[in-house]
Design a protein around this ligand. Structure first.
Ligand code: SDX
Length: 379
């Protein structure tokens, strides 16, 4: 008997994988990594510990965490050929274009690039999470004509990234704030870029190809690119007195407001809840409250207009102002998302291979049949 095929546009109502990495309850606004609520992890964990959790599906002991951190830091160092490659990228290249190329190029320097065993993929996952921050920082320094600063194994990922990027060691508060952002962005069910990674690895292609697919997918403004879109919106509005008019006009035009809405959350994204508090604290600590105040007003207007439709702030809405308050360039925001999600993407690839089946859905053919081939002289 022929299988019943259902066309589900955008796969909005389709379960395409089973996972133990993260759980989302869109109605209640719940996000858990391996059963642990995101708020508990944001308050008490680190990006390194969260990465261990996602890859091993349990929290580490102190000894395990210490050796995991050591193993990650051993992989910080970029092959020299990668630094040469960074320097060949046009300074005008958008950072996500640069990152897509650099992640792909990492495979040239990995002898295990095409080895698809669990052990080799675990080592490649380490290298990818350990090296992505250095690649982003190196490209940013290169494009600004500044000397590239190499990673330093004395520091954790969040702290070392800010040091490599800015040339100075961050404050404890800034390093912690960024570490929490990395925790919050690490995994999120079968979002588009994770799906892209799983499709790629399901063909038994390699981890670097899967990560390249994921980076290219995250770049889109409907997905990871939204955090940059939020900042461009705030810049275009400019001042608090222009917020109401600008937002009401776009709601009237049925434009999508960046940083709002979600395929799964029909309530407040718990990451946005956390980032909003963060953004407010950093704003008050730095005295630079304009962006946060504007964001809050946008949220109030959107709540009145569309909350009834289940449209609330998502992770990107307040990550934008948090990153801006940390002095990070707008066009790096999606790279920061990728740096974090590298842990989730690689975790999903490892999980996909544990019970792999080629991911290959159907397409419903809408074209003609029985068309005659006319020789070109008769066309
Ligand atoms: C991320 O999937 C994940 O998990 C992603 C992510 C992760 O961690 O990986 O959470 C990260 O990508 C967050 C989302 C970031 N994107 C944005 O902020 C871009 C703006 N948001 C929208 O483009 C939209 O909300 C999506 C793409 C996020 C979700 O779109 P859907 O599920 O396809 O919903 P839809 O576009 O069909 O919209 C349904 C209705 C429409 O109204 P009607 O035509 O039914 O009247 O809601 C409206 C839309 O117009 N709507 C919005 C809106 N988002 C949806 N209206 C105004 N502003 C918005 N942002």
């Amino acid at each position: 008997m022929a299988t019943q095929l259902i066309f589900d546009k955008g796969l909005a109502n389709t379960v395409a994988a089973e996972t133990s990495l993260s759980f989302i309850d869109g109605e209640k606004g719940v996000l858990e990594y391996v059963g642990i609520e995101i708020d508990a992890l944001a308050r008490q964990s680190t990006f390194e510990e969260t990465t261990f959790l996602l890859w091993n599906r349990r929290l580490p002991s102190q000894d395990e965490l210490s050796s995991f951190e050591r193993d990650l830091r051993k992989e910080y160092e970029l092959p020299s050929g990668m630094i040469d490659m960074v320097r060949k990228i046009p300074r005008s290249a958008p950072p996500m274009h640069a990152l897509r190329t650099l992640i792909s190029a990492l495979s040239f320097f990995d002898l295990e690039a095409d080895v698809n065993t669990p052990a080799a993929n675990a080592r490649k996952a380490m290298r990818l999470v350990a090296r992505t921050p250095g690649l982003i920082a190196a490209f940013d320094r290169h494009r600004k004509g500044k000397p590239i600063i190499l990673a330093d194994a004395r520091f954790g990922i969040a702290e070392d990234f800010l040091r490599m990027l800015n040339g100075t060691e961050p404050t404890v508060a800034m390093a912690r704030a960024f570490d929490v952002c990395l925790i919050l962005h690490a995994d999120h069910g079968l979002n588009a870029s994770t799906f892209a990674a799983r499709v790629t690895i399901s063909t038994l292609s390699d981890m670097y190809s899967a990560m390249t697919s994921a980076v290219g997918t995250l770049k889109g403004p409907l997905h990871g690119g939204a955090n940059e879109g939020v900042m461009h919106m705030l810049e275009e509005i400019g001042t608090m007195d222009r917020v109401d008019g600008w937002v009401q006009e776009r709601i009237g035009q049925k434009d999508k407001i960046m940083g709002f809405g979600h395929r799964i959350y029909k309530s407040y994204d718990p990451r946005a809840t956390y980032l909003k508090t963060f953004s407010q604290k950093i704003a008050s600590d730095t005295g630079n409250t304009r962006l946060y105040e504007m964001s809050r007003r946008i949220e109030e207007i959107m709540h009145e207009a569309v909350a009834a439709k289940g449209i609330y702030p998502n992770v990107d809405f307040y990550s934008a102002t948090t990153y801006a308050s940390l002095g990070l360039d707008i066009d790096l925001f999606t790279c920061l998302f990728a740096m974090s999600r590298m842990s989730g993407w690689t975790g999903h690839c490892i999980e996909q291979l544990e019970g792999n089946r080629l991911i290959r859905p159907h397409a419903e053919y809408k074209g003609p049949h029985g068309v005659k081939y006319l020789p070109i002289s008769q066309r």
